[in-house]
Design a protein around this ligand. Structure first.
Ligand code: ZN
Length: 506
């Protein structure tokens, strides 16, 4: 078992730390501090949800500072290692800066050799992640009270499921709860490198959804005239378009949009060809400027054919309505959608208007708390998440996702992640933390055992694929499972930080 100590959930507040910077970024640059009124930024935009923005910012700060406190704390501890009373002083520093203690064994070995900072770093990232998960699943900090209202709204618009595939890039990990302001439990999210989602996986989900409607009448009965809506979110960078766009598409925004649309059409065709009786789905294509979090929603004609060149830009809308009253602003958003896509079905128009309106709050969020543009416009993820699950990760630049059943099949996604972290961590002598995680449905017989088996296989395959990194202490894995049907907490299976000489995690 992983040698985790039991700590109370709420330790001392983590020390604020400087944000991670890309090499060459301006030293000392920090995002603006929360406003003196507790983050209640008085927005200049009529449709902005000021209180929600304050709550989301407080949460983002809390989680990110916990991860960002690790390096400064370890630097202080490293400087103490030849001092008298090292272990007690190190633990005191860890408690003060991180809110938890470090594994005694790693500290006690320090007198023989140098303190193993790589192991310690990986252990701290994993422990911070574990605490972040426990907090998420026990206090539901991003919970939304309007889940049911949103589901009802979605059905009014003509859809019974909203399935979104963003790019696996960590700069899109907050797309559901922050960028689009949707209740995360009411939306399916599955990320893929370049947003190039797996058609078979989506087809399986579509079939499951339709069967559930037919058998259980959830989320609505099969005779209701609603459809499954598949959405792709591709991305680009307005500040540095040729370098900070989507790596999977060579930072070419047009190519990313085109590839996303092609994948959507293929999925639609797959549904139509696999199932008769007029079975089909609806499609939506959204672009995200990862520097400002502004979206552009591509519009379709009366037949649902999406136009790559025609879209509504939320940033433009934001500027256009800032001096209007709330009511006028809302009307302007709706009018803009009707004007851009007069033939699009009314339900799709309403949903498009809602997403744009929601996004205005996020544009304001970035303006109020990040000066209008993020400081970390490039990658600054803290760990790689491999496997299935991770519903708790709703924050920007926290996690690079690699959704996978086997390492073999998702090798390109994983390789992109390892490449990103080679720059972020390995280049600075720090290991790549990989969380391998499989969620399962506890009421299905044998599901936990299968999830555990998959977790172990994937962790082993990752260790084999990146053996050089593992042997150099530059890649560590944490294995977890979680019963998502009971909305349980995560269960830690093992961690390479505690591996013995045989390399087996225990
Ligand atoms: Zn991407």
């Amino acid at each position: 078992m992983l040698n985790y100590r039991k700590h109370p959930l709420k330790g001392p507040a983590p020390q604020p730390a400087a944000p991670r910077r890309r090499p060459g970024a301006v030293a000392g640059a920090r995002p603006p501090a929360p406003r003196a009124n507790g983050g209640g930024y008085s927005g200049s935009q009529p449709l902005v949800r000021v209180e929600e923005n304050a709550r989301l910012f407080d949460y983002e700060q809390r989680v990110k500072s916990a991860f960002d406190a690790i390096v400064p704390a370890l630097k202080r501890i490293s400087a103490l290692q030849h001092e008298e009373d090292f272990e007690a002083r190190a633990q005191r520093t860890a408690r003060d800066c991180l809110g938890f203690e470090l594994p005694a064994q790693i500290l006690s070995d320090a007198w023989v050799e140098q303190l193993d900072m790589r192991r310690l770093f990986a252990w701290c990232v994993f422990e911070t992640y574990r605490r972040f998960c426990d907090d998420f699943f026990s206090t539901d900090p991003l919970g939304s009270h309007d889940e049911q209202a949103f589901e009802a709204f979605l059905q009014e618009c003509g859809f019974h499921t909203l399935d979104i595939s963003p790019c696996a890039d960590g700069r899109l990990a907050h797309v559901i709860r922050f960028v689009l302001r949707l209740p995360y439990r009411a939306v399916r999210r599955k990320s893929y490198a370049g947003a190039l989602f797996d058609i078979d996986d989506s087809l399986e989900k579509w079939t499951e959804t339709e069967l559930m409607r037919f058998r259980e009448g959830r989320p609505n009965t099969a005779d209701a005239p609603t459809r499954y809506l598949k959405t792709v979110v591709y991305h680009y960078s307005s500040s540095d378009p040729s370098r900070e766009g989507c790596a999977a598409h060579g930072s070419d925004a047009a190519a990313a949009a085109r590839a996303g649309l092609e994948r959507l059409r293929s999925f639609q065709e797959a549904v139509q060809n696999t199932h008769c009786c007029g079975a089909s789905i609806d499609l939506m294509l959204i672009g995200l400027d990862t520097d400002t979090d502004a979206i552009r929603v591509h519009v379709a004609d009366g037949n649902g054919v999406i136009d790559l060149d025609r879209y509504i830009d939320a940033q433009e809308l934001y500027e256009a309505i800032r001096r209007l009253s709330g009511h006028q602003a809302l009307e302007r958003v709706e009018a803009r959608v009707r004007e851009a896509a007069p033939d699009m079905p009314e339900g799709m128009q309403r949903l498009t208007a809602r997403l744009l309106e929601n996004n205005l709050s996020q544009i304001e969020y970035v303006r109020a708390h990040h000066g209008g543009r993020y400081q970390d416009i490039g990658h600054a993820e803290r760990f790689i998440g491999a496997g299935k699950g991770f519903e708790e990760v709703q924050l920007r630049n926290l996690t690079y996702f690699a959704y996978l059943d086997t390492v073999e099949e998702a090798a390109p996604d994983l390789d992109v992640g390892i490449k990103i972290f080679s720059r972020l961590n390995v280049a600075h002598g720090l290991p790549i933390p990989v969380v391998v995680r499989y969620d399962y449905q506890g009421h299905v017989p044998g599901a936990r055992e299968r999830a555990v088996g998959r977790c172990e296989r994937v962790a082993k395959a990752i260790a084999a694929r990146y053996a050089d990194l593992v042997n150099g202490g530059l890649l560590h894995t944490l294995m977890l499972v979680r019963d998502y049907a009971s909305r349980g907490r995560i269960e830690v299976l093992g961690c390479s930080v505690n591996a013995d000489a045989t390399g087996e995690a225990h």
